[in-house]
Design a protein around this ligand. Structure first.
Ligand code: KIV
Ligand code: NA
Length: 275
């Protein structure tokens, strides 16, 4: 039996090997990505990437659960972390626990992630003391887009640092097993990574973090536009367009389907189930 990576395994990597992760929203991509990752994040970015939403704010809990369950079914090695969507945890620790427990029971994931630092510390403690490992997420927190007035890089001015450093310290103190640093100046990410006892997972936060995460579709070249911090490791969007064009051309030219793709009538002797 292969034992999955656990939240404590991730926590124990602080200061050791880099932690590697990607977002994942489906069973079939999970199968491909899982063997190479420490954890898979079913991020609420799936609302934008998969469902065409403008922001993550409208993402419903049921959407997270449906994709979370698919990723758990498609993987067996990596820890699966599922994002708590906007509106499912901010109101109170009790509401957060109820919804996080639903996510864990209905998906089989090993941890949840929620956005916010000092203001969410009480909730992080409430969940972690009751059996739910929590990954925190600070810096650029996309669910606060309407308060920030856009997706804005954090900590590029020294006067912003103290609040973000306090956020990191608060979630670590509250029991989070790791913390995502998103969209943050390199020097601040480095300082936080040195200061907190839990691993920092960077996205747009430099190589100074203990680990890295990217949105899978962004690094595969499937997203129409990507932020500066993304490196495209493939151009799958172009590959899909080429394949689709070839298919259309061949159907119109009556080249596809060809002999190989067509069923002949069964001979009585070799009647077998179709494969
Ligand atoms: O939803 C998401 O994709 C995230 C990131 C950390 C990648 O929260
Ligand atoms: Na997210």
């Amino acid at each position: 039996v292969i034992r999955r990576v656990t939240a404590p395994d991730i926590r124990a990597k602080k200061g050791g090997d880099k932690i590697v992760s990607l977002t994942c929203y489906h069973a079939h991509t999970a199968r491909l990505v899982d063997p190479h990752m420490d954890f898979l994040l079913v991020g609420d970015s799936l609302g934008m990437v998969m469902h065409g939403l403008e922001t993550t704010v409208p993402v419903p809990l049921d959407m997270m659960i449906m994709h979370g369950a698919a990723v758990v079914r498609g993987s067996r090695h990596a820890l699966v972390v599922v994002d708590m969507p906007f509106g499912s945890y901010e109101e109170s620790p009790a509401v957060a626990f109820r919804n996080a427990a639903r996510i864990m029971k209905e998906t089989g994931c090993g941890a949840v992630k929620l956005e916010g630092g000092a203001r969410m510390a009480e909730t992080v403690a409430f969940l972690t003391q009751r059996g739910i490992p929590v990954m925190a997420h600070i810096g650029l927190t996309p669910q606060s887009v309407n308060m920030m007035g856009g997706f804005k890089t954090q900590g590029r001015r020294q006067e912003e640092w103290a609040a973000i450093e306090a956020d990191a310290a608060a979630v670590a103190e509250a029991g989070a097993f790791s913390v995502v640093l998103e969209g943050m100046a390199e020097l601040l990410a480095a300082k936080i990574t040195r200061a907190v006892p839990i691993p920092t997972i960077g996205i747009g936060a430099s190589a100074e973090c203990d680990g890295q995460i990217l949105v899978l579709e962004d690094m595969l070249g499937l997203s129409p536009t990507v932020p500066k911090f993304v490196k495209k490791f493939a151009e799958l969007g172009a590959a899909i367009e080429d394949a689709v064009k070839d298919y259309a051309t061949e159907v119109r030219a009556r080249q596809f389907p060809a002999k190989d793709h067509v069923y002949a009538m069964a001979k009585p002797a070799d009647e077998k189930p179709r494969v």
